[in-house]
Design a protein around this ligand. Structure first.
Ligand code: PEP
Ligand code: MG
Length: 405
């Protein structure tokens, strides 16, 4: 394809923070991609923007993009990103770090253009002849932790999630949304003042404890035949020694945290537990996974801050038997080729793959194509709000294309 124009600009994400949008003009039209941003970031993620800020990173990106302008680029599969990543690395070596989010937006826009050049959809381009499958949606109905900045008293866990079961994607999505509204009503009975208040990911805000919310979630899930789970995001309240719970004051040691989470899995039949221990505690993850296996619980023990879409860390977690599922956030690692390597490793070793949004999202729907194109089992992209719904709508669109309805 022939790149006629390539430009980056600053836009705002759903949290009103600055981020980058990249636009290519090729012989086939315009192709745009923008990068989301995390709040509860793992310390092993790549740096998202140059340390001088987003504006500066965008300035650097525009200098880089001049290299690609007026060039014919051969792009027949994702492997062709290798050449671009080589130029990106050389650029960073000779200049300054662009940041994972700059890589994310450049690679995303290029891949969209490459798919169009072949006259196929992006997910088909990524699948390269493999059979597509639609991932099941996971979404947070209630939120606490770092994603709920506006209230002091809030749940300690970051996300209380509904997880759809196998069925048509439209039905799965609408059940998740109906469940969300049902939870909203039930919270209202308990706490009128929080009605209609939502956090960064449009999850409901309240001051209830983890336990009280899980009771509500369990009832609603039963009614809609859904599964439930949590993102503990525990690194955010680990003080170096203990887990410092604030909603109901409690310091839990590593062993007590293990016992607490195991009890919650049993009591609430949790299907999904993300980051139950801090981001370096591979061993506690292993003992929890061992508990799950020994007691034949149908529960995913998921790494996010633990693994940060980093092949070496995912391998370590696999060999230490710490996880049976992993979160994939492409901008945790920046390179889509690395994302592919992680996904290939997970598929080979039966680790479930969950593609995930970030808390500061944009209206780009590329995550849905990535989830299908890289063979994800699940997609975690919220339940409500325009930045979340565009991704779910794209998933419905992909399902329609696959089944030609
Ligand atoms: C998460 O922890 O799963 C998450 C989506 O958070 P963030 O995007 O803030 O890192
Ligand atoms: Mg997480």
């Amino acid at each position: 394809m022939y790149i006629k124009e390539a430009k980056a600009r600053v836009i705002k994400n759903s949290r009103k923070e600055r981020t980058i949008e990249v636009k290519f003009k090729t012989n086939n039209g315009f192709f745009i991609c923008s990068a989301p941003s995390g709040k509860s970031k793992g310390k092993n993620e790549v740096i998202d923007f140059n340390k001088k800020g987003v504006r500066y990173s965008v300035k650097l990106a525009n200098i880089f993009l001049k290299i690609l302008k007026n060039k014919e680029v051969k792009f027949s599969s994702i492997e062709d990103l290798r050449k671009i990543e080589f130029i990106l690395k050389e650029f960073e070596k000779n200049n300054e770090i662009l940041g994972g989010n700059v890589w994310y937006a450049i690679e995303g826009a290029l891949l969209k253009a490459a798919a169009k050049e072949k006259n196929i959809e992006l997910y088909e381009f990524l699948l390269n002849g493999e059979k597509p499958k639609i991932p099941l949606p996971i979404g947070n109905a209630v939120g606490g932790g770092l994603h709920t900045r506006t209230h002091k008293k809030k749940p300690d866990f970051q996300e209380f999630l509904f997880i759809a079961k196998e069925e048509k994607i439209q039905k799965a999505i609408s059940k998740n949304i109906l469940a969300y509204f049902d939870v909203r009503l039930k919270i209202r009975w308990k706490e009128k003042k929080f009605f209609l208040k939502t956090n960064d990911e449009n999850a409901l805000i309240c001051s209830l404890s983890n336990h009280e919310i899980l009771e509500i979630m369990r009832d609603v899930a039963k009614h809609f035949d859904l599964r439930i789970g949590v993102d503990v995001a525990s690194s955010n309240f680990f003080d170096g020694k203990n887990y410092d719970y604030k909603n109901k004051r409690f310091l839990r040691s590593r062993e007590e945290q293990n016992e607490y989470i195991s009890d919650l899995i049993s009591e609430f039949d949790l299907f999904y537990v993300e980051d139950p221990f801090h981001e370096e505690d591979f061993l506690s993850f292993s003992s929890l996974l061992n508990f799950v296996k020994k007691n034949k619980k149908d529960c995913l023990i998921v790494g996010d801050d633990l693994t940060t879409t980093n092949l070496e860390r995912v391998k370590k977690a696999y060999y230490q038997k710490s996880i049976n599922a992993v979160i994939i956030k492409p901008n945790q690692i920046g390179s889509l080729l690395e994302v592919k390597k992680v996904c290939d490793f997970c598929k080979k070793n039966n680790i479930k793959i969950i593609f995930s949004h970030r808390s500061g999202e944009t209206k780009d729907n590329i995550l849905a194509d990535y989830a299908v194109g890289f063979g994800a089992d699940f997609i975690k992209t919220g339940l409500y709000g325009k930045e979340r719904l565009v991704k779910l709508k794209r998933l419905i669109d992909i399902q329609k294309r696959i089944h030609k309805v």
